[in-house]
Each structure stands twice: as C-alpha cells, then as structure tokens.
Ligand binder design. Structure first.
Ligand SMILES: O=C(O)c1[nH]c(=O)[nH]c(=O)c1Cl
Length: 313
C-alpha cells in the first residue's frame, strides 16, 4: 500500500505535515521539517511586521493536549517570503505552505496578500483566519460577513493558489454559513481546525492558571479536540465544492487518529501538539502506524477509503 496524498494537483509522499506554529519559526526549523519524514510543511503564520508575541509562559503541554496564547510571534512576512522564494527555486517539485495572518485586522490581511501577489513566490498560501490569541481582536472566521468581504477583496488582485485556516465551529448553522461563503470563491483548500479558542487549564498544585497572557485563556490542542476536529472536517467536506480540498488538523496522535481524519474527508493532515511533544520522529511513527492500518484493512491507497465514513442510517 502507498500513503501518497493528492492535494491541489500535487502528489505528496504522505499526507502528514506540521501544523503552523510548531517547529516552523525560522529557516533552520523549516530545513529540519523538509528533511523529516513529513510529506510537506507550513511556516509560522506571518504578520507584516516581526513580532515578539505574548509574554511567557505562553505554551504548555498538558496530559491530554496543549494550551497556547503565543500571540503571533514571527519574523515578519518579508523573512518567510524571501525564504519561500529560495526554497521553491531550489526544489520546484516539492510544494509547501506559506502561512499568513494579520495582527492589525482586515487591511493587513489585504496588504499581506498583495505583497505575496507581487512577489516571486508562486506556491501555496494558508491564510490564517483563526488566530484566537490576539488580545482585543476577534477571529476573522467567526465573522462570516467580514470573511466574505475579505475574500472578495483578495480575489480582486490575487491569482495564486491559496486556502484558509479555519477555527472550529460548533453549530450546523455555522457549518452552513462558512461553507456558503467559501463556495463562492476559488480557494484551493480549507484547513479544519485551528486550536479550540480560549480554553482554561488550572494547575492543581497551585490553583493557578498555567499561561500568562489573557488571564490564562488559550487555544486548546491535542486529544481534547479530536471529536471537534473530525466533526469540522466531515461537515465541511459534506458542504464544500469537491474542488476544495481539506486539510485535517486536531488531535492526531496516532495512525488511527490520522485514519479517522481521512475517513472524514481530509486529504492532508497536520500535527501540532504531538509534534511539539514528540519531535520530528512523530512523522516516521505516524506513517508506520497509518500504513499498518491500510495493510490490515486490505487498502492499497488513501483513495480506497477517503471520505467514506459510514453512518447508521
Ligand atoms: O497565538 C498564536 O500565535 C496562535 N495560536 C494558535 O493556537 N493558533 C493560531 O493561529 C495562532 Cl496565530
């Protein structure tokens, strides 16, 4: 059996990659990702200006996952663009993802995308509409009208392939609304899901929160969020045009978790918390475990079962 993954006209050796924010802050980390068993990789979400981010402690691994309020620390869009242009020149056949966010809101999203359009980068962009940790700033993708306005604005000038990183939704009306908006545009993929925003973890030894920013509120990742992540992958797959691929993110610790995301309709798979905990070796292990599942079930490729979750009716 093969773990080859097809995504937006590309074929990757396997469906695994990092989730933006983990092991992707600078070119050294990106080189390590490129040299790992991951099928692709994505950069830390870039803002126009480089940012220190929120005060520490701001990321904590927990028994069942993680909590973070990093606050968009990054080296600035120009850094990642320059690196991406060099990478695409050196390896034109191995696409990767450039993640873009915004600290200041709507106008910075537009100007960041304008810079990429005017640059020599021609690869894939993951437009992050779901950072939950910018104090005072609502997540773009929880405002359906603003999201549509933003995509309208971007498609006036942007001609390169991009997709959007979405937060988790928890209501069928919201699945319907975001899918209605996204189906109006020629986006190439959606990534479901970003961390479950503004959770709270309490240290039992001290009765104190564990991260400093926002009184301890932070995005939750890991085992805590797999049911939510699977639901969002499945719901968006059922609603989006077949031309829009899905990246599944959230709660992938084992080959079985990966298999379930694929069963819900994901084409690529991102690993955040478990990569942070286990390091780059997680990709070897996940490939081995997923391949064993295909073999045990007599599948020869992901196409044999992708999106084929059975229901009880
Ligand atoms: O605090 C962050 O940097 C952050 N943290 C997240 O959990 N998701 C995001 O999209 C971002 Cl941008």
């Amino acid at each position: 059996a093969t773990l080859q993954a097809t995504f937006y006209g590309h074929t990757f050796d396997n469906p695994f990659m990092n989730a933006s924010g983990v092991h992707c802050m600078d070119k050294t980390e990106l080189d390590e990702l490129a040299a790992s068993a991951s099928g692709s990789f994505v950069t830390k979400s870039a803002t126009a200006d480089s940012r220190d981010g929120n005060p520490e402690p701001r990321y904590i691994n927990l028994e069942l996952g993680s909590i973070n309020s990093m606050g968009l620390p990054n080296l600035g869009l120009a850094y990642y663009l320059e690196d991406a242009i060099k990478r695409q020149a050196a390896n034109p056949d191995t696409p990767f993802f450039l993640s873009v966010a915004s600290y200041k809101g709507f106008d910075e999203y537009v100007s960041n995308m304008k810079h990429i359009q005017e640059s020599d980068y021609t690869g894939l962009v993951e437009l992050n509409l779901s950072c939950p940790n910018v104090p005072g700033k609502p997540q773009m993708a929880y405002d359906f009208e603003d999201t549509e306005k933003l995509l309208n604005e971007i498609f006036k000038f942007y001609t390169k392939p991009f997709g959007v990183k979405l937060p988790p939704y928890f209501d069928f009306m919201h699945f319907d609304k975001i899918a209605d908006v996204l189906n109006k545009f020629d986006i190439k993929f959606v990534n479901c899901v970003n961390s479950v925003g503004n959770g709270l973890y309490i240290d039992e030894a001290t009765d104190t929160v564990v991260i400093k920013p926002k009184g301890g509120f932070g995005g939750i990742g890991g085992e805590y969020i797999k049911p939510t992540a699977l639901a969002n992958v499945r719901a968006l797959r059922q609603r989006l045009n077949p031309s829009i691929d899905i990246i599944g993110t959230g709660g992938i610790l084992t080959g079985r978790d990966a298999y379930e995301h694929l069963l819900c309709g994901a084409s690529m798979l991102q690993v955040g918390t478990q990569l942070h905990k286990e390091g780059l070796g997680v990709f070897e292990r996940l490939n081995t475990e997923l391949l064993a599942i295909l073999e045990a079930k007599g599948y020869t490729s992901i196409a044999d079962f992708k999106g084929k979750l059975a229901t009880l009716d």
